[in-house]
Design a binder for this molecule. Sequence first.
Ligand code: GAL
Length: 693
Amino acid sequence: MTNAPTLGETAATPRDAADRNAEARPARSGWIPGTDRIAFGGDYNPEQWDRDVWVEDIALMKRAGISLVSIGIFSWALLEPREGEYEFGFLDEVMDLLHGAGISVDLGTPTAAPPAWFWRTYPEAHPVTRDGLRLGHGSRGMASPSSTAYRAAARGIADALGARYATHPALVLWHVHNEFGAPVSECYSPASAAAFRVWLQNRYGSLDALNAAWGTNFWGQRYGDWDEIDAPRTSPSIVNPAQRLDFARYTSNALLECFVAERDALKAHTPHIPVTTNFMATNCPSIDYWAWSREVDIVANDYYLVAERADNHVLLAMDADLTRSLAGGRPWILMEHSTGAVNWQPRNIAKRPGEMARNSLVSVARGADAVLFFQFRASRSGAEKFHSAMLPHGGTPTRIWREVEALGATLGGLDDVMGGSVPARVAILWDVESFWAQDLEWRPSVDLGHRERIVAFYTELWRRDVAVDFAHPHDDLSAYDVVLAPASYLLDAASAANLRGFVSEGGRLVSSYFSGIVDEHDAVPDGPYPAGLREVLGLRIDEFLPFRADESARLDDGSTGTVWADDIVLDGAEAVATFEDGPAAGRPGVTRNVYGTGSAWYVSTKLDGDDLGMLLERVLAEAGVESAAAHPVAGLERVERRTDEALFVFLANHGDTDVEVADVSGIDVATGESVSGLVVPGAATRVIRSELD
Ligand code: GAL
């Protein structure tokens, strides 16, 4: 039996955790047991095929060097065809066949797709949208995370799988659920509303505290009884923003409780087998992965290119860096990516030759010690039949299959990189609670965008080959020389104090507009903006001055700002650049303040491209952080990963033409040849190893 947490009562909500750093991240065990090679493989869905196809598939897996497959993720209806009745025959056979071929298994719990009998028996478990629409069956996806029937059924199948396969020699990893939070996360069912109230009681203790935190005297929303509080469903006008922010916190936590319940059911049978679930690091707006990463044994992540964007590989790099940061710098699993086109974007652009390998190797460069795909064999039926696979509909004669085989061989030569770190002296703040709050309605401009700003800052560092971590604003930042806060709308008192401490101890902080504006209840603290950052930035903001659409303003350093300016009053800071025109003409646009032994910069407008990049170069230079000359987005990406013995320089050419790299020498891992300077052909990736003393 497992001790399932009671609704709303797991550990703490993300920001409730008094000291995030007190708890080691990630959680418990090290790496996938018995694995001394970079794991290679993918999701495998044998239930879609006859047994003779399994045999053929496993032979092809061997041929491609596949070592790990994720199975059972969508098998609930086969494994438990009637409530409480289990039929494990097909899974037993697949597990045995895989083991016989020396392929390890990442065994899924199938709780992202409850069977038809479940929905018929427990219709109340259907999720309900904010508009009151009850979502139906016939697809896949989460049930209401606060449904007791769902939690019991999910725990039941996890427990049965744990009991059945505890000693199976193929089992090396548990894969709980699939992409918690997608495609739906928030649920407004009666069970969810009730669980939300329990969560609020735990958080606030008293209605007085809740009324104060939510500012319910505004618009006469005061509550006199807990039962009067509802989930923040669609209403005539905008709903109390603090209530919505808390509902987002409750939702992330309710989903986490579902993960923890399954994990504990599995751990009761297999304490030695690590448990993970696949994150979507930059792409799941509803989950606070900092809290989740403490609960998984190994961080695993799915990433799909935004195919049409010319900078899609920069977004991939950013996602990988966030994933590594969630893993506390330790290796992580690239659990899913695609060999070619996906099937769910407006235009599903095929990957070009070499692109799959670049995506995979850049992930390894940025900390992944496992490279897996969705999925091994392309489906013939169902919603995903036009999604690429390792083995496409065209079979082994295809280019994709040849590239899969080649990638298996390349990864086979990279085992020594395992466990290596990606040292970074720069961190970008990433706080999903702030994003939740900023995304609520009635903000000063529709052009404000936290993701857009973070991508812009990240891109300029990427173009200069600067290694970057992501950090939560509560984290110990002392390992970094530069911290960037491009979008920290919500900064609680502890975060602001942390940033002040970082700068006073010699760090360089770059903050940008609409940061430090509200506290953890989406309330404006006393005094001028930006409350907790006024002192460290050496300024105050008298008024926001958002721009009209398409308006821009020149600054006297030659840069151009759009979207935003502040009416800044300097209070110790110097003006680095001043607006020459626009709504803030004559006012400072970029400032710098010496504080303790460090300095804090403020960028009050939207700078892009080299305007932003040159400013960041100045900050990096002041901090003594090296940066390369800026290269184009369709250029050569250079990432360094190091172990105790060796430095591995990964060079991925995202352009079509050859790029000469003069300052790299060592052994080309693919050919074994010694190089001193090299040419990386268009679309290609090279990995150069040099020994460390
Ligand atoms: C992922 C999901 C997989 C598959 C894939 C297709 O989000 O986990 O099951 O649907 O997308 O790109």
